[in-house]
Ligand binder design. Structure first.
Ligand code: TXA
Ligand code: MG
Length: 320
């Protein structure tokens, strides 16, 4: 399971990633749990392996700034930070490009219009990303709620049985996660980490705002928030009521309804969730009735997302 990160192991790990599998790999901050960021089902496996009850947006790892530009919009400030800190432990949250050949899975961005990207410095991470040739979504490689792993053995103890390979590249040296900075609507510190605030501010020539310092565009605490559909959402629906659009799950759903997974597969449903919400959101009058989804495995995170979507609306038709 744990493999010494030599050339052949890295090639095999890259192949696993391209085939939709999970690889834990070292970065200069902590070990990451990686999957092909363009493959929704692969990304769903990350949440499954971590036992994360929520779909938080994930950081996308790429080998260099050119690869990052394929998926995100860079302005002058983003260019300056990338030039100064990449490769290295700074993550930039940038506007997402959707008009690309191989778009990132909506599950990576949790349906947001932004994406968190980083170019790690660790030689094993860099070699893996270059060999994989796909952007790699990777949260820290621990079970949700536990400490981030800085050694391959930590990963093995925590989630060893749930990943296809653990690349051992020794101890991650920072042990502190990357610093996360959002660029829009203005440079903002989202998470302090391995790059000091002062160094980011020096590169920008301006102070960083703090998360929640609202300027109207983002409500306090909402900057790293989640995509919320405009439509109202009613859960545990057996059928659509007048004015509602049905979002189905499983083979029993009406054939003409949009379906998260006709096969009733929770990974597939997770991979489709945000795209379905977006598509239904575009419809009038914007009322979604969702069929029951089992509350086990990834179903817990799917239901969490749907419940919160339901809770944010002054809906007249609550769950039944
Ligand atoms: O050092 C690190 O950054 C490690 C290594 C593996 O690279 N990764 C890591 O990922 O810490 P994770 O998933 O544990 O943390 C990702 C953080 C979350 O707090 C998430 O909310 C935030 O990044 N994030 C991701 N995309 C975002 C976005 N579009 N907007 C705001 N926050 C975002
Ligand atoms: Mg983490």
């Amino acid at each position: 399971m744990i493999e010494n990160a030599d050339g052949t192991a890295i090639e095999r790990a890259a192949h696993i990633l391209r085939s939709g599998g999970l690889v834990a790999f070292p970065t200069e901050t902590v070990y990451g749990l990686g999957a092909d960021a363009t493959n929704g089902v692969a990304v769903a496996r990350i949440f499954e392996a971590k036992g994360r009850p929520r779909f938080n947006p994930l950081i996308v790892h790429v080998p260099d700034a050119d690869a990052a530009r394929r998926f995100a919009v860079f302005d002058a400030e983003a260019d300056a930070l990338a030039a100064r800190f990449w490769p290295g432990p700074l993550t930039l949250v940038l506007p997402l490009r959707r008009d690309v050949e191989q778009p990132l899975s909506d599950l990576v961005t949790a349906g947001l219009d932004t994406v968190a990207i980083r170019v790690p410095h660790h030689p094993v991470a860099r070699a893996l990303l270059e060999a994989a040739g796909v952007p790699v979504a990777a949260p820290s490689a621990n079970i949700s709620g536990r400490i981030s792993p800085t050694r391959a053995a930590h990963v093995a103890e925590d989630i060893g049985a749930r990943v296809n390979m653990i690349l051992d590249g020794g101890a991650a040296d920072a042990g502190l996660e990357s610093t996360i900075v959002a660029l829009k609507p203005r440079p903002t510190m989202l998470r302090p980490g391995a790059v000091a605030r002062e160094d980011v501010e020096a590169a920008l020539g301006a102070p960083l705002a703090d998360r929640g310092e609202g300027d109207g565009v983002t409500a306090p605490g909402q900057l790293a928030s989640h995509y919320a559909p405009n439509a109202s959402v009613r859960l545990h629906a057996s059928e659509a009521r007048p004015g509602e659009t049905l979002l189905g799950f499983g083979p029993a759903a009406p054939k003409n309804a949009m379906n998260l997974s006709r096969a009733g597969d929770l990974r597939e449903a997770a991979a489709n969730l945000f795209a379905c919400l977006r598509a239904l959101d575009a419809e009038k009058p914007g009322r979604i009735a969702v069929m029951p989804i089992p509350d086990k495995g990834l179903g817990e995170a799917i239901n969490d997302r749907l419940r919160r979507a339901a809770a944010t609306k002054p809906t007249t038709s609550s769950g039944d």
